[in-house]
Design a protein around this ligand. Sequence first.
Ligand SMILES: [Zn+2]
Length: 272
Amino acid sequence: MPELPEVETVVRELNDEICGDSITSVEIFRSNPIVQGDLEAFQNQLIGRSFKSVPRRAKYIVFHLIPSGHMVAHLRMTGKFIVCGSIDVPNKYHRVWFHLNSGKMMIFDDVRCFGTLEFYKKLSDSKALNKLGIEPFSENLTVNYFKSKVASSKREIKSILLDQQIIAGLGNIYVSEILFHSRISPIRITETISQKEWAEIIKYTKSVLKDAIENNGTTISDFRRVDDKTGKFQQFLQVYDKKDQPCTNCGILIQRIIQHQRSTFFCPECQH
Ligand SMILES: [Zn+2]
């Protein structure tokens, strides 16, 4: 599943490709992504609007439009946007085509079809966006923020870092990596985490994500960039998907455990 760095990579490329362009028509080949249900309303709201900017909020892609309106997309497992020249025949995973005034097309492609597209006149009407916690790169992400939210929590630290209502945008790959760099075990009970350890978690949250963005994200499973090239951060992963490989720090074999039905990778020697 794409995580924050992958989505950041996508929005940077979308900004370059489509800002200033406008939507001339919308073809829907499968209705699933249009979660609000009314396909004709979705098409009519978009036709004639142009792209002002395409930022990210957590793992959501927000297309700010002119005249005022917003398309909010979530890629979920396998969704991706492809911007290309005009083509005539959709492939079997093309769900929605956006024809643009420049002659280009923006294609929403989604093998497993869990991705979503929504239109909002006012962004504040999006319940999903309203519920999101702090952005990892926010200046307001501080030790005090975490302490005010979860200092006395009995939950495991991994589940706190995956909780989108506390910190938005982290997923399984990067939480494993952040905790490895922070030298903190994924099964640590959150209330035992010290001030100094929170500071390490914050430091490595920012640095791991920054490095991943600089390498265009990690290509595991179906994530692809807009231009269909792959990201290369997986070369820098220390623990994720490294079961039984030696830790780069101590040589002990990396372990894999299951937490809340998801794989967690960590070094039993380096992480406490
Ligand atoms: Zn180690």
